[in-house]
Design a protein around this ligand. Sequence first.
Ligand code: FAD
Length: 542
Amino acid sequence: MTASSSDQDGDRTALVVGAGLVGTLCAAMLASRGWTVTLIEYRSDPRLGSHAERARSINLALSPRGIEALRSVSEELVERVLKEGIEMRGRMVHKKAKREGDRVDKDGQDYGNYDEGECIRSTSRTGLGIQLLDHLDGLPKEGRGSVTTLFETKLVEMDLRTNKGVDVTLQGKGGEPRKEHFDFVVGGDGAYSQVRQQMMRGSRLRFDYRQYFAAHSYLELSIPPGPNDTFLLEPNYLHIWPRGEFMLIALANLDKSFTLTLFAHDSTFSTIDAQLASGNFSASKGLNPVVELFRKEFPDALEHMGEEALLRSWKENPKDGLITVECKPYHYQDKVLLIGDAAHGMVPFYGQGMNCGFEDVRVLSAMLDHYGASPSPLVPSPLPYSEVAPILPVPSTASKAAEQSPLAQALAAYTAIRAPSLSAIQQLAQRNYTEMASSVLSPLYLLRRGLDSLLSSLSALPLFAIPRDSDPTKDRGGRWESLYRMVTFRPGLAYEEVIRRSEWQQRVLRRTVEYLGASVLVGVTAAVGLKYAGRYRLVRVA
Ligand code: FAD
């Protein structure tokens, strides 16, 4: 067992709980900063799983925020991950046919400037997890900079009352609970985090927590590869069937299949399930309600899926809820920190959950370096503090903690910097359902997109560039950019800064429209006035 009590030979030990995507990246980052890391995972090693088990896993949209965070840990890892992703240059909107049987119209909407590399990537969740675990295998096997991964091992309990470090109780599959001691614990154990549960015990930590479920749940379906190993839909788009209260999306996989996700209200799923269970549906058109729904709303997807496969997936795949998790603070002293979904589970409508979890790791490593809180970085700092928080002063909570250990200061700074960002992306994710499920069809939305892209191209020219402010908190960035572009393609912008800039742009647009409207009104009034004044004079003269 690698876990050792602290400082025996200068080594400092960290326990990362959860070998999900974020926990695994964090373990690699801590090792690169000289920690001796133990990574535990409740489930078994995915590399030993059967192929069928792997294929069931969903894919995710990896965006530049996530990529930059991976890069901050290993350039080589990024190269391998990028090779396994399928570029998505924009949305392909599948409109609703006017009548059943009519052709489905599609509209491709690019996310940004694809020629300049602005795209997101459809990436297999399991494949990415395996790439990260393989990366750990390349690290030292013991001592400083090593990661020991223990599968089928869970955290049962955590005691934060010790003078230094943390006592934990771990349990392997079928084994007895055993006590261990670590200098530092990172909870990367997902939305139902046990580390977080332990932080909630008692009032000592003053730990606030809130969770809530979205009205929507989701179900995964799939479209198989086409004949002669072809894609049945355009692979380089994220396909959306926006239908207001519900929505279907599809992302391509390397094996030429597509993974589809149906988002619908719980009541839609349960009504259909109740009809299926009772067999009542045969009385209507004699159609199975699932098939009926898909024939009406998603006929082109149904054609590629096949009715039998659709019904099988509907019956066998889970209909899972979407949880949002909010908590504060993310850390306690220099003992424990929550990252990823454990700290900020969110609805998936901006495709940022994992990307933002990876960004946690990038920000954390910058904080550790800035405060000299790691034993001895084995690689140069991925980025300086000033790049993580370009316009934010050093948080006062961090300076208050000046008398504390460098790690306590780094974690306090992390919480202070990350809290507004995470709250911002959670808000953006909630709001984006409306954009994806209905706005993308509205003429007003398309007009705004057109204006955004015109203003964005104009502001790239020096003559029209937005002047930079000497006060950095008022700086608008020098260039007009759509909200989506700032969230997705600008890893250097904190999410709350994205909201601030976007609100400013909206105000400018609104004022311009008001100004133009008022000018037109004044013009029309003047013209009408002149016309009648002329007539009046003519009448008088006559
Ligand atoms: P998890 O992936 O949940 O990993 C936590 C790990 O901890 C698990 O392996 C678990 O077994 C382990 N664990 C739990 N308890 C213990 C314990 N006591 N002891 C030991 N181990 C434990 N994000 C994007 O960026 N882009 C997308 O396109 C996207 N699409 C999504 C689509 C859907 C339908 C959903 C639901 C989410 C999507 N997300 C997306 C969000 C993304 O999946 C999550 O944000 C991300 O997987 C979180 O990773 P994590 O490592 O924090 O948590």
